[in-house]
Design a protein around this ligand. Sequence first.
Ligand code: ADP
Ligand code: MN
Length: 178
Amino acid sequence: MAQRDRRLKPNILVTGTPGTGKTSTCSLLADATGLTHLNVGDLVKLKSLHDGWDDELECFILNEDLLIDEMEDMVKGGGTIVDYHSCDIFPERWFDAIVVLQTDNGVLYERLTNRGYTGAKLQNNMECEIFQVLLEEARESYPQELVRALPSNTIEDMSNNVEILSDWGYTLVVISNS
Ligand code: ADP
Ligand code: MN
């Protein structure tokens, strides 16, 4: 297993299919813990860490090298909650915990259509959730004991998750300080 970087505060990766609630959950978790929420999609747009727009997939073509370079300093000291719909692009040593949010098909379908997703984009994202792509990816990329799947269907789920992750984050801080 790769050596985790030494840091006083944990870095938590919150991943999942678009629409599972990453950004909403991270925002509440940041408020609850004082950790910093880093929305990677926003960073990619803001700093143009991409090679243009993919018309077919309707998303930016990520430039992984630029992104990793940009993020290295941000995660170095710890205390960052990283919000992104992919997880195998990051160095394993960055994270103390990897959370995969999961949403039931009907609920996710409604969230994505509300967001204006249609056609191939809607279908790709639904399939991504149905086949548990992010959970697989997380399990293949990080030590099992650091990966945790949490349901994100209701507001109650979200507050439970924030509570669970706040406690978990605290435990991680205690471990990394000891
Ligand atoms: P993501 O960042 O994973 O794409 P968002 O946090 O933007 O997801 O959430 C997408 C939409 O679903 C938002 O309108 C949000 O309010 C809603 N939502 C997300 N998670 C939940 C949840 N657990 N319960 C109820 N609504 C949720
Ligand atoms: Mn988001």
